[in-house]
Write a protein that binds this ligand. Sequence first.
Ligand code: GLN
Length: 198
Amino acid sequence: MIDEPTHPRIGVLAIQGDYAAHAEALAEAGAEPCAVRKPDELADLDGLILPGGESTTILRFLEKRRFFEVLEEFCACKPVFGTCAGAILLAREVRNPAQRSLGVLDAVVERNAYGRQIDSTILTAETALPGGPLEMVFIRAPRIVETGAGVQVLALRDGFPALVRQGAVLAATFHPELSADRRMHRLFVQTVTAARLK
Ligand code: GLN
């Protein structure tokens, strides 16, 4: 007998930031979202979203109770999607200022690269994703200033990568959960579903 296909269970790191909007977007994209607040809650998840917020605050929380180390292990074998502060946490190197990161995305990220809060903006740009231009909501956004050869750039802001993919790692310097467009959450759910079948 063939098992009924189930929706992939995707966690949303719910320490700070707009995790509820990510959970809603995941549900719309066909996944079962789960809020993650403790390291042991990662145990039976198929993938994880690291939302925006303040990366230093999230990092400080993760450095308690070995959460950072458990997350490092999770990222090494399961798909992850980092948005804004989440993208900063996934990068190989963080600048302005330098801070610890998970290092699963071969990229150098500069924090708060567009000035202060007032610089937050909504832009529409071409994207390699099928379906036409992409709305991007930037809030005190970082900038990806370098990417390795294995990183595919899916959208740009001012010539710098704003949406990237490296295997099962997806990262956006903006907030896809704040737009109505579900292409990025769908892409992540597809990535998670494909990884589950391996
Ligand atoms: N400025 C934040 C940081 O450096 C990121 C902002 C966001 O996630 N919206 O961590």
